[in-house]
Design a protein around this ligand. Structure first.
Ligand code: ZN
Length: 307
């Protein structure tokens, strides 16, 4: 697959090409351990914010091992793991879990078993920050809302164990109303370029201002989106029936729907997460090199459209 084109991802501080090196000048107390990294990650994306069905936290790795390089990625695919190993990362942090369902074997005869073997044999730890990373302040949907220029942002659903600012999805307002067509172009412009592009349901000339977003698959949140009075809902993986029924239930045509790539919607979080972790570690005097994976793990490669 082609590497992610990080030139289309918007603001310079979100440039995935640049490593977010820890700041020089702090007391050199040697490389932090994986255990130190786990504490820093817990500060940013507490495991208590994860959904009950989710599996987050350390998947592989020894807490006493030193860490000098950390890579962030959306998916723990073999290609991503290979990239992390080749770069020399001792820790790979992915959004999606490698092992979400129970397994009875990690033999290297299956893709997941091969991933586990490659990680352990290369001394690369794997850590999952999934729905805790969705829910947290500065999480996946927060970053998406910020990139779209939304203001007065609030969660679509409150986290069970969190603050009022924490929870799944976000809703907020554009500074000025714009047409759905122009808004869709804005969505397209902030996301990494992937084969599936952006699909829209609604009146291209309809004016929109209040925007709901949910990075990743968000078709379970239509009731919350309607309750938020959003003009548009931006999410990924919208299937026919939930989307069709949501359009049937729409009032005055709203909410319009903008369906984006699952991978792209969550990739946006990676540079922000890398910067946030770099800041926490630098504050603690740790000098760790942090980089975002350049692998495009969106499963779709090309698309045919009429005309
Ligand atoms: Zn996801």
């Amino acid at each position: 697959m082609e590497p992610v084109d990080t030139d289309v991802t918007g603001p310079d501080e979100h440039d995935g090409d640049a490593p977010f090196a820890g700041q020089a000048g702090n007391e050199p107390d040697g490389a932090p351990t994986l255990g130190d990294l786990l504490l820093a990650v817990e500060e940013l994306w507490p495991e208590s914010l994860a959904e009950g069905w989710d599996e987050v936290g350390l998947v592989a790795g020894h807490p006493a091992a030193p860490v000098t390089k950390v890579m962030f990625a959306v998916d723990p695919t073999l290609e991503v793991i290979e990239e992390a190993v080749e770069w020399g990362a001792e820790l790979l942090i992915t959004h999606h879990p490698l092992l979400l369902k129970g397994v009875t074997s990690v033999a290297a005869t299956t893709p997941k078993g091969r991933a586990v073997h490659r990680l352990i044999e290369s001394g690369t730890a794997l850590l999952t920050v999934h729905t805790n990373g969705d829910s947290a302040v500065g999480g996946v949907s927060d970053v998406l809302a910020d990139a779209l220029g939304l203001q007065d942002v609030a969660p679509l659903t409150l986290a069970a164990n969190g603050l009022p600012e924490e929870g799944i999805g976000r809703v907020g307002d554009l500074e000025d109303a714009m047409t759905l067509g122009d808004f869709a172009a804005r969505v397209f412009g902030i996301l990494p370029s992937v084969a599936g592009g952006v699909r829209v349901s609604g009146d291209k000339d309809g004016l929109v201002r209040r925007i709901a977003v949910c990075g990743g698959a968000g078709d379970s949140l239509f009731n919350e989106v309607r309750a938020s009075n959003a003009d548009v809902y931006v999410t990924a993986d919208l299937r026919h029936h939930p989307a069709s029924e949501a359009r049937e239930a729409a009032l005055n045509g709203r909410p319009y729907l903008v369906d984006v790539s699952h991978f792209a919607s969550e990739w946006l979080w990676l540079p922000a997460a890398a910067a946030a972790l770099g800041n926490v570690l630098a504050d603690q005097g740790h000098d760790v090199e942090i980089q975002v994976s350049a692998t495009n793990s969106d499963p779709w490669d090309f698309i045919l459209t009429p005309g």
